[in-house]
Design a protein around this ligand. Sequence first.
Ligand SMILES: [Ca+2]
Ligand SMILES: [Ca+2]
Ligand SMILES: [Ca+2]
Ligand SMILES: [Ca+2]
Length: 444
Amino acid sequence: MKKFKFKNVLGVTSLAVASVAAVSCSQNDEVVPMGDNTRAATVVNVSGIIDANTSWNAANEYHLNGKVYVTNGATLSIGAGTKIVGKYNADPAEASALIITRNGKINAVGTASSPIVMTAEANHQTPGGWGGFVVLGNAPINQTETQYIEGIEVGSVPAGVDVSYGGNVSNDNSGTIQYVRVEYAGANVSQDNELNSFTFGGVGSGTTFDHCQAYYGEDDAFEFFGGTINAKYLVSTSTHDDAFDFDFGFTGTLQFLVATVDAKSTFYTKDPNGIECDNDKSGSQLTPFTHPKISNLTIVGTSNGKVAESAMDDKVSMKSAANFRRNCKFTLVNSILYGYPTGILCETTNDHIFKNNVVNGVNSTFSGIAADASNTAAASVTAIGLTLPWGTAYRGAALQPKTTSSIATGASFTGLSGFTSVEYQGALAPAGQTNWLAEGTWVK
Ligand SMILES: [Ca+2]
Ligand SMILES: [Ca+2]
Ligand SMILES: [Ca+2]
Ligand SMILES: [Ca+2]
């Protein structure tokens, strides 16, 4: 089953350099149309290792052929408007992906109207059409054995490239990731061995990460294996497993997060959750305990908690809007969650802060959690008070609170730190106020 391609990967590396060099002398020779854009971009084929500082820009379209690793202290800088295409490979173990290793850095800075887009090639724009975007860092994880990031077979990694992650540098800086949309990612190598749209292993708090969207990915939208990275303004659009998955001692702070689900989707995982959070697979006492700190999250499932097909026992259900389990800790405040069979499914007795949330589950709202009076079990989805709780218009005003609703002013940050203090619950300000989801074109 496994295919090892040491020779090819290394051989192609030098070709990739030649290809980049050739491109700069023949900008007018090889052009492809850029969708609804009027300009044309030159295709630059990239594969193997990036081991010296490299800049990509919107004049070109970068086609990844297999796994591309940034290593050896190199920084990959990607300018606003740049398009990166992961070439399709029928063998998911060989899926194309962009991997920033522990001793590489990323400087991907898009803008609201000119985001960086990483996507699958034209004929494979469906979930899992390519691998995805991976960042590895030196921040703490809670596992005692060396961890190699999921979704990459260690035996297939070229000599000199290290795909392990984690360390003791809490404020480790992997660079800047802003206004990046990852589409159709998440190649599935085997069960419990998948790439995600955004996969972060041991990424530290010195890293800047905001305004990013995962769009129709095959596994998780944002998966964090340990690390301390903080994030704001993240969007998950119909990913097939979890919108936000935390494991192995992740302790970052996240605010202003939106996740929605397309009811027509086919989910192959056995536990599709909005949030999934484990200390580790065995629910160990290893520290640091996984403890995401989350405020102003809006998780939207579907009106009946079902999708077209899933691997759940009844073949169609999703699981829960948030599943805290296997000895994790968590902080979840000022958030809105609905449209899953279970709202909050709490299967950990470890420490948590759960306050000022508004939740509605299709079958049950609070399971395994003693929700205090600051939380609301909404009588219905309509009762939550959003402008339009269902539909495909999630980029517009739909998920903004009605100005007359209690969620417009229901937030509290008493006793909390690390968050921006706002009046509203959920990810978005009330109707009529600035809506970060609707800025520019970065949210698809
Ligand atoms: Ca995953
Ligand atoms: Ca997952
Ligand atoms: Ca998980
Ligand atoms: Ca899951």
